[in-house]
Design a protein around this ligand. Sequence first.
Ligand SMILES: CC(C)(COP(=O)(O)OP(=O)(O)OC[C@H]1O[C@@H](n2cnc3c(N)ncnc32)[C@H](O)[C@@H]1OP(=O)(O)O)[C@@H](O)C(=O)NCCC(=O)NCCS
Length: 153
Amino acid sequence: MSAVPKPRLEFQLMEIADLEAVAAAEQRIYPFPWTHGNFADSLAAGYRCWLCYQNDFMVAYAVVMEVLEEVHLLNISVVPERQRSGVGGAFFEYLFEDARSRGANRMLLEVRPSNESGRALYRRYGFTVIGHRRDYYPAAHGREHAIVMLLDL
Ligand SMILES: CC(C)(COP(=O)(O)OP(=O)(O)OC[C@H]1O[C@@H](n2cnc3c(N)ncnc32)[C@H](O)[C@@H]1OP(=O)(O)O)[C@@H](O)C(=O)NCCC(=O)NCCS
């Protein structure tokens, strides 16, 4: 059996002109999506907001906040049609390299306990659980805790 080839991806920093497409993708991906304003605020705050393209189509995006030697991954999302095809993993490797090249030595993120695919991806890349944040996310019935995970880069 041959190994699945890595997808050919291109990465670009997000611009204001991209926000509508990103917010539309976000709505298709999450029951509780970030708004257009959340992405606009991230750009305005100077976070590193990335787009990932495959064959000229935007297939994923990510938002990374830098705090001294730590980066906080605020959002990483793959469009539903391209999930489970290696995009998220390849994107992660790109983000790790970008963070390292800018002097970061650890990456922090939050994930919902109910997000099996996110947790599987993070475990696969070596993130470990370092804590929880109570009532962090909106949920169908009340709020959901966040699991906080950390990776040494
Ligand atoms: C989570 C997400 C970013 C993963 O990206 P992806 O492109 O689907 O992941 P990949 O195909 O690169 O998978 C990489 C590895 O992650 C794990 N993984 C990813 N999705 C998984 C799933 N549904 N179930 C189990 N493991 C999964 C596997 O270990 C996988 O490796 P394998 O395919 O060799 O077994 C993507 O599914 C997504 O955008 N989900 C919705 C948004 C979201 O939950 N974002 C994270 C918020 S915290």
